[in-house]
Design a binder for this molecule. Structure first.
Ligand code: ZN
Ligand code: ZN
Length: 164
């Protein structure tokens, strides 16, 4: 299993192999030490039962899609169909859009799920069994705030608006 760790200080990301994870890794950008405590089943790529970075057990799964790639595809398809519309070939324009919707749907079905830690945003990729529920905004807001406080990174935008 590969763990994509997010540095709590600078939010820089780096990937760590869980099987041979060292007890601590250093952020490549700011050098901050990030302790790693992978559980047995994380090391063996069986299941993400607890996050090796923050030890949180609150996780969710989402589709592992590349946002930039998706956006590029949307822009290209938009331009192509706009070109067809402009040249009066309406049918071709709608055909391109329809085909894209189908391909998009198919790709979405084929995408693998990635497990993400609510607190520290670590991402887990591997052939392990997905057991986490889908994303929940309420849980996310609550846990991100809790994590930010536990790190004492200073008041974030959200924590300021809430009474202490
Ligand atoms: Zn960092
Ligand atoms: Zn975590």
């Amino acid at each position: 299993m590969k763990v994509r760790v997010r540095c709590p200080a600078c939010r820089g990301r780096q990937e760590v192999g869980a099987a041979l994870a060292p007890p601590e890794t250093a952020c490549r950008r700011c050098g901050r030490a990030i302790p790693l405590t992978p559980t047995e089943s994380v090391r063996e790529d069986r299941e993400v039962d607890a996050c090796p970075v923050c030890e949180g057990r609150d996780l969710y799964v989402r589709k592992d899609l590349n946002r930039n790639l998706g956006l590029t595809a949307v822009v290209i398809v938009g331009l192509v169909s706009a070109g067809f519309l402009w040249s009066g070939r309406d049918l071709a324009a709608y055909g391109v859009l329809g085909a894209f919707a189908l391909v998009d749907f198919a790709i979405y079905q084929l995408l693998k799920d990635v497990t993400v830690c609510y607190r520290c945003q670590s991402e887990f990729r591997g052939s392990y069994r997905r057991t986490a529920p889908p994303f929940d905004l309420h849980t996310a807001e609550h846990l991100e705030l809790e994590y930010a406080r536990s790190l004492e990174v200073g008041p974030g935008i959200r924590s300021r608006s809430l009474p202490r």
